[in-house]
Design a protein around this ligand. Structure first.
Ligand SMILES: Cc1cc2nc3c(=O)[nH]c(=O)nc-3n(C[C@H](O)[C@H](O)[C@H](O)COP(=O)(O)OP(=O)(O)OC[C@H]3O[C@@H](n4cnc5c(N)ncnc54)[C@H](O)[C@@H]3O)c2cc1C
Length: 382
């Protein structure tokens, strides 16, 4: 065990608390610095797959997320003609949709119960490779390890010159929670350059993500423009009718690619390192899995700098691949000419009918980690 080593984490989001929870369990003294008064997640759902669930198992919080969330029986894609072009049963694996706020609280509890300290209203302005975090009031702290988990606009990443690309893609999602009427299936509906995904995420709530090109003002509008979306998806009128006027957040899909995730004693994790469009439901999953690996690698490393280099070498290739595929999927969503939508459906059907390509796709959809599902004792599909 790495004893008496210190770590400071910039950012109290999902990635920051996942890193803090993993590091305290591997012998680090950890302090999380968060700029807001009270770190929190807004109301929407989040998909959890085996790569993050096994870390959540280790942290002792998987059970409560599985019990509070919904274990899906199948995932499907339905195109504009009403044809199901991809359908996969998931009742024998753990594919959970939970509330984002519940995941955030679970990770925060795991970090703080494990002994991490949280300091709020501390805005990080930069970091140094020697292991110093500096704040906007002029204060600074130094530790054996600095973790930059400060999101898409990461000051830690920017100050160390690690950014290669930080861009917004041409589409965006409105995410809402609505009263639940759905069975435990996740379905993504396509209509030209627009998509709507629906999955129940608790006993009484359904998560809907409503995606369109950012260039269309009506696609971005909040409150949700029900008339506009109903014209595109007439069969989902009942879903849009359940969206309250004050519900929902809208974000353009982000994309962050780094020269490196590491500089000296600093590592960056989560959206700071690899923000990506949400199609594989893996941004947070990858962050949680990589944060656990970071702590494991450092536990066995004689020095932090070399351990971090090894961690990046181990974790990054699969994250890069997931990011590439989910971005390609995104572009196929909002740039595909609607007149050739049938070709797109055919392409997806072909990919999912060839076992080798379907398996590869599936592997990265799960985060690029082949972790067998443990015996299913909880989370009866409901
Ligand atoms: C539409 C959509 C759907 C998604 N669905 C899924 C899904 O189903 N499954 C999945 O795994 N992932 C999903 N994701 C991705 C996932 O939401 C993100 O990858 C994840 O939330 C990123 O967490 P983070 O902690 O890295 O960043 P953030 O959530 O941005 O957290 C960063 C934290 O750092 C703080 N901070 C920022 N700057 C500073 C500073 N200078 N000083 C101090 N603190 C600072 C912020 O206040 C915040 O608390 C989705 C993303 C989108 C956009």
């Amino acid at each position: 065990m790495a004893k008496n080593r210190t770590a400071v984490v910039a950012g109290g989001g999902i990635a920051g608390f996942a890193a803090a929870a993993a590091l305290v369990r591997h012998g680090f003294d950890v302090t999380v610095y968060e700029e807001s008064e009270e770190p929190r997640e807004f109301g929407a759902g989040i998909y959890l797959k085996e790569n993050s669930l096994q870390v959540l198992d280790e942290l002792g919080v998987a059970e409560r997320l599985i019990t509070g969330g919904v274990r899906l029986r199948a995932v499907r894609i339905v195109d504009e003609t009403g044809k199901t072009i991809v359908s996969r049963a998931t009742h024998e694996e753990r594919l959970i949709v939970a509330l984002r706020a519940d995941l955030h609280t679970a990770l925060r509890d795991a970090a703080l119960d494990g002994g991490a300290e949280l300091v709020t209203r501390r805005r990080v302005v930069d970091a140094t490779p020697e292991g110093t975090l500096r704040f906007d009031n002029g204060d600074e702290v130094t530790a054996d390890l600095v973790v930059g988990a400060d999101g898409v606009h990461s000051r830690v990443r920017e100050s160390l010159g690690l950014t290669r690309m930080n861009a917004l893609l041409g589409d965006g999602a409105t995410r809402v929670l609505i009263p639940r009427e759905e069975e435990p299936y996740s379905t993504e509906y396509w209509s030209g350059q627009h998509r709507v995904g629906i999955a129940p995420c608790s006993e009484d709530l359904t998560y809907a993500f409503i995606i369109g090109p950012e260039r269309e003002a009506r696609a971005r509008r909040l409150p949700l423009d029900r008339e506009y979306w109903t014209e595109l998806f007439p069969h989902l009128a009942g879903v849009f009718a359940r969206v309250a006027d004050d519900a929902g957040v809208h974000h353009a899909h982000p994309f962050v690619y780094c020269q490196s995730w590491v500089s000296g004693r600093v590592a960056i994790v989560g959206d700071a390192a690899h923000a990506q469009p949400p199609n594989f439901g893996q941004g947070a999953g990858l962050a949680i899995a990589a944060a656990w690996e970071l702590a494991e690698v450092l536990d066995n490393a004689r020095d932090i700098d070399r351990g971090l280099v090894r961690w990046e070498k181990q974790a990054r290739p699969r994250v890069n691949m997931v990011q590439r595929l989910t971005t390609a999927y995104d572009i196929a969503g909002y740039m595909w000419p609607p007149a050739f939508a049938g070709v797109r459906s055919q392409l997806f059907q072909t990919i999912s009918a060839i076992p080798a390509t379907a398996q590869k796709w599936e592997y990265y959809w799960r985060g690029g980690m082949d972790r067998p599902t443990p015996e299913l004792t909880t989370g009866t599909a409901r």
